[in-house]
Write a protein that binds this ligand. Structure first.
Ligand code: FE
Length: 204
């Protein structure tokens, strides 16, 4: 990341999707992830990266299972707010939400979901801020013919445009959170999406 002309926004052009990852320990939980990819075909395996600050990372480490719900383009911002902008440590993310269970006992979303895929962890790799799980596919079902959302589509069409704050500050390019203040502390981490200061830019 030390190239003289490195633009962090170049990484936003990678074609991610957006997914609700569901887990269950003492209670059901879910979080938003974007780093999901198929890595082998025989056997069918996926790699999933989860931020260690998410409760779901601990739960997947303990239980070794998860469901990936492939959000559709028409999924409203409320779904992202519910699963991505609060912690399962404080909130029951399934209160008032329609859900069903797959054969592994985990929740999947019957709405706003193009497909769910059930995974069983084969290996886990420690990657400082994240854990990368290499998983076997144990089940999967298509739920809608609608197009699954991409990160780019979310950024352009779903994420609310931030309101202009009155004070000087910095905005998180990932989730839109605004830090108000003259100087961003070097070790600052976005309280919403957990990205560091390299993903913040000053507000004009
Ligand atoms: Fe953020």
């Amino acid at each position: 990341m030390s190239g003289a002309g490195f633009d962090p926004s170049s990484l936003f052009r990678i074609g991610y999707g957006l997914y609700v990852l569901t887990t269950r320990a003492e209670k059901d939980n879910g979080c938003i992830v974007n780093a999901v990819m198929q890595v082998t075909d025989t056997p069918k395996r996926l790699a999933v990266a989860i931020n260690k600050q998410n409760l779901s990372c601990d739960t997947v480490s303990e239980t070794g299972v998860m469901n990936i719900n492939c959000l559709t383009e028409s999924a409203p911002f409320e779904v992202y707010r519910n699963f991505g902008y609060q912690s399962g440590r404080d909130a029951d993310k399934f209160a008032g939400i329609n859900y069903e269970r797959s054969e592994n006992g985990l929740i999947y979303l019957p709405e706003n979901n193009a497909a769910f895929i059930s995974l069983k962890v084969d290996q886990a790799l420690e990657l400082s801020t994240h854990k990368l799980f290499i998983c076997d596919v144990t089940d999967g079902r298509v739920l809608s013919d609608e197009t699954a959302v991409t990160y780019d589509y979310y950024q352009k069409n779903i994420k609310p445009k931030p309101e202009k704050p009155k004070r000087k500050g910095y905005i998180c390019k990932i989730c839109g959170y605004v830090y108000e203040g003259d100087e961003l502390p070097a070790d600052y981490v976005c309280p919403i999406c957990k990205h560091g200061i390299s993903d913040f830019e000053p507000i004009e």
